[in-house]
Design a protein around this ligand. Structure first.
Ligand SMILES: Nc1ncnc2c1ncn2[C@@H]1O[C@H](COP(=O)(O)OP(=O)(O)OP(=O)(O)O)[C@@H](O)[C@H]1O
Ligand SMILES: [Mg+2]
Length: 265
């Protein structure tokens, strides 16, 4: 089974070709890091996984189900399997942090208020923000907003997570905190994910660190000499609508391509 699969996807907006024969597979519990410049089609790819954007041709699969031609009603159960961390956060500034995370559960009208409260506290605890539950999101720093976005994406324990540039514009330490949340979900929860970024430092953190529960029950992040090539994290480099490279971080550094080497420096 694959978690997500694109088969020969083409997509244009008006005259502009964004994806040309794009194929990619995300294995269960794998993180696929998509690197590419601004406008290369990264957000478009994530929206296709949710069925928010349809390919002109080619197929998109989620857990081996072909979602390409599904309508809005048929997409509902698919979208429940997926958590999306939006590029711009997409938080409601007129709501508190807790209300933002609770939003979808309240809309569903199938949860009791005590249940919602419990889930919200647990998720905010996971991202280290239980203290700001009653603050308005407009009062938060950029890094905190991103963490609220992650907490909200985790509602319903999705098996698939889509992260749209979650470390863009953050200082390296805050960016690293976000990466560690992604690594925890990958290594301890077995979540499958796509991590879109043009932040190379984040990409390399994901490729070189792993999370492990210690015998004493504590969580530790490890990286072995920085040369570790994790098998559960692979890179895809997009350019001009095609996959310029796919493989490990080590292989990426070896590629004989001017654009890639420039991107890496
Ligand atoms: N709904 C749309 N209508 C018209 N053009 C669009 C639409 N969505 C995306 N595009 C165009 O498709 C191209 C790819 O957009 P996309 O948002 O996927 O890029 P991106 O790789 O996410 O860029 P960034 O790193 O800046 O977020 C851009 O040139 C964009 O202008
Ligand atoms: Mg984008």
């Amino acid at each position: 089974m694959s978690a997500i699969r694109f088969e020969h996807v083409f997509k244009s907006f008006h005259e502009q070709v964004v994806l040309r024969d794009f194929s990619m597979e995300v294995q269960p519990a794998e993180t696929k890091v998509i690197l590419g410049g601004s406008g290369s089609g990264k957000t478009t790819i994530l929206k296709m996984v949710l069925g928010l954007v349809k390919p002109d041709s080619g197929r998109v699969f989620v857990e081996d189900q072909d979602i390409t031609d599904l309508d809005e009603a048929e997409l509902m159960p698919i979208r429940r399997k997926i958590g999306m961390v939006f590029q711009e956060g997409a938080l409601f500034d007129s709501l508190t942090v807790g209300e933002n995370v609770a939003y979808q559960m309240r809309e569903d009208r199938t949860y009791r208020e005590e249940q919602i409260e419990k889930v919200v506290r647990k998720l905010l605890g996971f991202v280290g923000l239980e203290d700001v539950i009653d603050k308005f999101t407009s009062e938060l720093s950029g890094g905190m907003r991103r963490r609220v976005g992650i907490a909200r994406a985790l509602v319903g324990n999705p098996r698939i997570l889509l992260y749209d540039s979650p470390t863009a514009g953050l200082d390296p330490i805050t960016g690293h905190t976000i990466c560690e949340l992604v690594i925890r979900l990958r290594d301890l929860e077995g979540v499958s994910s796509i991590f879109v970024t043009h932040n190379l430092e984040s990409a390399m953190t994901l490729a070189s660190e792993f999370a492990e529960v210690q015998p004493d029950g504590h969580l530790a992040f490890k990286s072995e000499g920085g040369n570790l090539c994790l098998i559960n994290t692979r890179f895809v480099m997009l350019k001009d609508g095609i996959v310029l490279f796919e493989g490990s971080d080590e292989a990426l550094k070896e590629v004989d391509d001017e654009y890639i080497q420039e991107f890496l420096t």
